[in-house]
Design a protein around this ligand. Structure first.
Ligand code: HDD
Length: 705
């Protein structure tokens, strides 16, 4: 049962209609770019059938020329991305006290949006499931022009000042001599930079955590990172941090799984997003704000302008103010996802900047990069970038200018066009008149000096399994660093975060265990743990593999498959060969995929249905056994029905070595001892396990898979 497009497709937004006006009707005869009908596109014009090709063949020349110039430069960072359309709607008008931004304050207003999710390090063709930050950029086509929230799935950034951006990116990107590695930070130059720039410590903790390998774009948070301003009608400013929280919970892959997926399905996250939307299981995110009155900015032991710091949710709660739904896939990847140009400087009245030095550099960089990437200054009029409100100004000409301005003056002020277009628009954008004075200095403030306390806060807030994964990630990454002194320097920094962490990493690397350098401050922020971010969307879009073979008991398949379908989970029947399997009562069941074409890492859970003959066949099928053992190793829910449970014994999963009796089930293993259809108790327990995502407390050290 693969994802089917639902019929209740969403109503078109103003933005959709604007884009549709640019759509090309392909159900017609071929023409050249000049609209000349084409007689034959399979042969070039030659002298005789086997003779020389003629230069006059304008169709040949045009076709080849256009092909030769299809590529544009990929983004210098975030090159690999996936986009989706949707809408944003505030819950109520409660933010009107703080901002004049209409899209945030009018609960009747659905603002069209386009989101692009991305990885940072890899090139356009790199795999989705690498260990990396994920971009989460949203273009709001508001009634007051475009607002771009160019966010990431981490709330902090590696560096404090934008002038270090080229350095950190050069360090993490493939090394310049051999362009290795693709899509990975596990190499000398990145860790060399980290070890010499300790302001990276906090964000690197996030990078080593499972946040860096999200299960789905629909299951990760988004953060505006910087402190922004909301400005109200009286011109009063309030500091604000922006948050996206997925309704499907914050869930991740495990590292060995992520690495395998990169081979089995490099498009894993992209495909998942596409399929969720095609199936009508629209990803949803709650928009939240942390509001900080300007006169309270000094009450924290960190600087609000420092982008390597969070404002812990326990100090300033996240206030839910609206929701975003992604409900339409793009029609064309290049036209929309590739050509969309997010710019941090795109803000609307009611939203303002702060002096965060990282933000200030970004205000320059994004527009600048589009000039090269999209070939000139007119990129804002590419359909995906156009605001839904009229654009009226005297900016003109340049490459790809596609407007036809009405006759009249092209300067301001003018009298020959009666002064139009005019300035002083009602609620025109006014930069917040922050009072500034001081000497010009190239200097980092003292209030940015603490690089360890929040890294420690993050570490202290992790559950045992999250800590284990972080240690393993450091061991993996630093284990790929060839220069020993770089490894040692990083461990030395970790020792300023937490001694237990530093010792555990040092042991894995075979380097001297550091003695305690500082006392851990002992503070934690429970909201930082993924365990605190369980979703409310149940099992929507989760993929469940049923391992079947001839002789399977159809009753044990059908009832569970239907129950999972009702919960919007996706079920696929996998068998040793494609086609269909014969059930124990002679019923034919269609197979979705042959086992040789898939892998357990592409599914969220595995079910082995009842049926003695089927179980016997699967017990002698290495692919099936590996599939089951690997899913167990990756802490996934397993459902075993009747004789299907015998597979668990065959693969010697730890709790089952002495024989499975239906009662010894390990965490997340749901068993139904009887043959026949599973009872309600089993179905409920399995759905609950699927919603819980993973069972990391399971002992998996000795599982060979
Ligand atoms: Fe950036 C792209 C997010 C710091 C310069 N950035 C880019 C994208 C995201 C972010 C999500 C991809 C947008 C898309 O999908 O097209 N960047 C961030 C966040 C940052 C950050 C959350 C820190 C809080 N970035 C940052 C700095 C600079 C840049 C400090 C430069 C001084 N970023 C760029 C860029 C990119 C970009 C070079 C490449 C492609 C693009 O802008 O459009 O200008």
């Amino acid at each position: 049962m693969t994802a089917q497009r639902r019929t209740d497709t969403p109503p078109a937004s103003i933005k959709d209609e604007q884009l549709r006006a640019h759509q090309v009707n392909m159900r017609a005869h071929l023409t050249t770019d000049q609209g000349i009908p084409i007689d034959n596109t399979d042969n070039s014009v030659k002298v005789g059938e086997r003779g020389a090709t003629l230069l006059e063949d304008f169709h040949l020349r045009e076709k080849i020329t256009r092909f030769d110039h299809e590529r544009i430069p990929e983004r210098v960072v975030h090159a690999r991305g996936s986009g989706a359309h949707g809408y944003f709607q505030p819950y109520d008008d409660s933010l009107a006290e703080y901002t004049t931004a209409e899209f945030l304050t009018d609960p009747l207003m659905e603002t069209p949006i386009f989101v692009r999710f991305s990885t940072v390090q890899g090139s356009r063709g790199s795999p989705d499931t690498v260990r990396d930050v994920r971009g989460f950029a949203t273009k709001f086509y508001t009634s007051q022009g475009n607002f771009d929230l160019v966010a990431n799935n981490f709330p902090v950034f590696f560096i404090q000042d934008g002038i270090k951006f080229p350095d950190v990116i050069h360090a993490v990107k493939p090394e310049p001599h051999n362009e290795i590695p693709t899509g990975a930070s596990a190499h000398d130059s990145f860790w060399d930079f980290v070890s010499l720039q300790p302001e990276t410590m906090h964000t690197v903790m996030w990078l080593m955590s499972d946040r860096a390998i999200p299960r789905s774009f629909a299951m990760m948070q988004g953060f505006g990172v910087h402190t922004f301003r909301l400005v109200n009608a009286e011109g009063h400013s309030t500091f604000v941090k922006f948050h996206w929280t997925p309704k499907s919970g914050v869930n991740s892959l495990v590292w060995s799984e992520a690495q395998e997926i990169a081979g089995h399905d490099p498009d894993f996250n992209r495909r998942d997003l596409w399929e969720l939307i095609e199936a009508g299981q629209f990803p949803e995110y709650e928009f939240g704000v942390q509001l900080i009155p300007e006169n309270e900015a000094d009450r924290f032991d960190f600087d609000l302008l420092d982008p390597t710091k969070i404002v812990p949710e326990e100090l300033v709660p996240v206030r839910p103010v609206g929701r975003m739904v992604l409900n339409r896939n793009p029609d064309n990847f290049f036209a929309e996802t590739e050509q969309v140009a997010f710019c941090v400087q795109n803000v609307v009245p009611g939203i303002g900047f702060t002096d965060d030095p990282l933000m200030q550099a970004r205000l320059f960089s994004y527009l600048d990069t589009q000039l090269t990437r999209l070939g000139g200054p007119n990129f804002a009029s590419i359909p995906i970038n156009r605001p839904i409100v009229p654009v009226v100004n005297h900016q003109q000409d340049g490459f790809h200018f596609d407007e036809v301005p009405a006759r009249g003056a092209n300067y301001h002020p003018n009298s020959i066009s009666e002064g139009y277009p005019k300035d002083r628009a009602p609620n025109g954008y006014v930069h917040y008149p922050e009072w500034e004075e001081g000497p010009k200095l190239r200097k980092r403030p003292e209030s940015f000096a603490d690089h360890y306390s929040q890294a420690t806060l993050f570490w202290n807030s992790m559950s045992p399994w999250e800590k284990k994964h972080i240690i393993e990630a450091y061991r993996f990454e630093l284990g790929k660093v060839s220069r020993r002194y770089i490894r040692e320097r990083v461990v030395d920094h970790l020792n300023h975060v937490d001694n237990d962490l530093a010792v555990a990493v040092a042991v894995g690397l075979g380097i001297t265990e550091p003695t305690k350098a500082v006392d851990n401050h002992g503070r934690s922020s429970p909201a930082l743990s993924q365990t605190s971010k369980r979703g409310v969307n149940g099992v929507k879009g989760r993929k469940v593999a049923f391992l079947v073979a001839d002789g399977v008991n159809p009753q044990s398949v059908t009832a569970l498959r239907e129950a999972l379908g009702r919960e919007d989970a996706v079920v696929e029947l996998l068998a040793p060969v494609d086609g269909e399997v014969a059930g124990s009562d002679g019923t034919k069941l269609p197979v979705d995929r042959a086992l040789s074409t898939v892998a357990s890492v592409l599914y969220d859970a595995v079910v082995v249905p009842d049926g003695a003959d089927a179980a016997a066949k699967l017990r002698s099928n290495a692919l099936a056994l590996h599939f089951l053992a690997e899913a167990y190793k990756h802490a996934k829910p397993l459902g075993v029905l009747g004789t299907g449970a015998s597979l668990l014994e065959t693969v010697h999963l730890p709790p089952f070595v002495n024989g499975f009796n239906g009662k010894q089930a390990a965490a997340g293993v749901v068993a139904h001892g009887d043959s026949g259809a599973p009872n309600d108790e089993f179905v409920t327990a399995f759905v609950k396990a699927l919603a819980a995502h993973r069972f990391y407390e399971r002992p998996v050290e000795t599982v060979v898979a």
